[in-house]
Design a protein around this ligand. Sequence first.
Ligand code: SF4
Length: 448
Amino acid sequence: MLTPAVSEDLSQLVRLQAAGLADGCRAASAGRGLFGLDAEALAACMVAAGEPAWRGRQLAEALYRQRVAELNEITTLPKSLRTRLTAEGWQVGRPAITQVFQSVDGTERYLVECPGGDGLTVETGVPGDRSIVAGVVETVWMPEGDEGETGDGSDAETLQTLGAPSFPRSLAERVGNHEPQSESGQEETVSAGDLGERRSRATLCLSSQVGCAVNCQFCFTAKLGLQRNLSTGEIAGQVVAVFSRHAVEVGRDRVNLVFMGMGEPFLNYDNFMGAVRLLVREVGLSPQRMTVSTSGIVPGIERFAAEPPEFRPKLAISLNAPNDQIRNEIMPINRKWPIESVMDAVRRVKLRPRERITFEYVLLGGVTDRPKDAAEVARLIRRTGLSAKVNLIAWNPGPGIEYATPQPEAVEAFRKTLIDAGIPAYLRKPRGRDIYAACGQLKRTVEG
Ligand code: SF4
């Protein structure tokens, strides 16, 4: 049995997804925002506006490759057309970074304002009037990845041989894009020539929902409960907004995407996969540079296993416990889908050559970090027969949650036990703790 809060939130999800808008030119019935539609749907919108279908390709190029944020900036469209579309209420509608928190370690946490959801609507009290709930989500940019692993399943040694430098902090600000400001409000402007040569790498952590229904006991995001699902455009828009800020060059800079921020992606499956397809088709990213993390939503894993490899990210399972007994306590979702059922579903995912399933494991001092826990995790993973690795994460502390950070010796002993059992294990370096950007810490959004 799930806790009442989880059950309630899960049933809410059913209502959320039922309220989704139809395919095709969704914009025609939802405020005419274009961002989030693929080239085909954009073509449908242009035809609806009395334009030739090939305008859709021009729009896709502008929205996803040139990262244009305003219709009037799409110079491939005639000015008269831009003016007319704007007058008719069409807009780009891309999520925007509204606040930036910068960590001493270079990590940046963003508040990203989403123009509106395509899922949850609320009654306004006026008969016949339903307003779409707007929302703010959090997205985290980690230059240099997080050492032990990149979050996408690549190992540290691969990165070290690349010898890649990190992104300069706030690159977009430095070239004069003043839209997002650091928390201090200070702006620094330099010419593009100052950027110099760079081949950069970073990891971008994305949210899939505002809040989360899953209620993991060690997670701050869980405290929000589920506020609403993000739309396809709101998920993909986090990527494009941050790429724009950091002037990322797709195909040149190495940026890994991890769907590990706020929310459970497999409880917003259609919009999550819609965003993946958009990022692959229109932005030009590889699904092999993307990793989705799930708490173990078995029906979602089964759907995921059936996705074609050209659109399937890598898979991470948020395991966090050595057995059902402990997992039931710290992750109530385990009472619905116990470990063995999760493993059965994961075995259906047809891995690419050299691909591995990642098991994430948050170490809670005295609860999941003991030597016997490590031995049990090793046996559990070996028993699955999966090609796997483990990412260890020392729990990030914060107010209101009564767990303890594990001792460094316990963390190292845990890792050694796994490695001695032949299981690759990496310790994920905590990033952005000082700005509440580390794993499980994303919570500020709706609390102000
Ligand atoms: S750890 Fe992930 S799945 Fe669990 S409550 Fe937090 S955001 Fe949701």
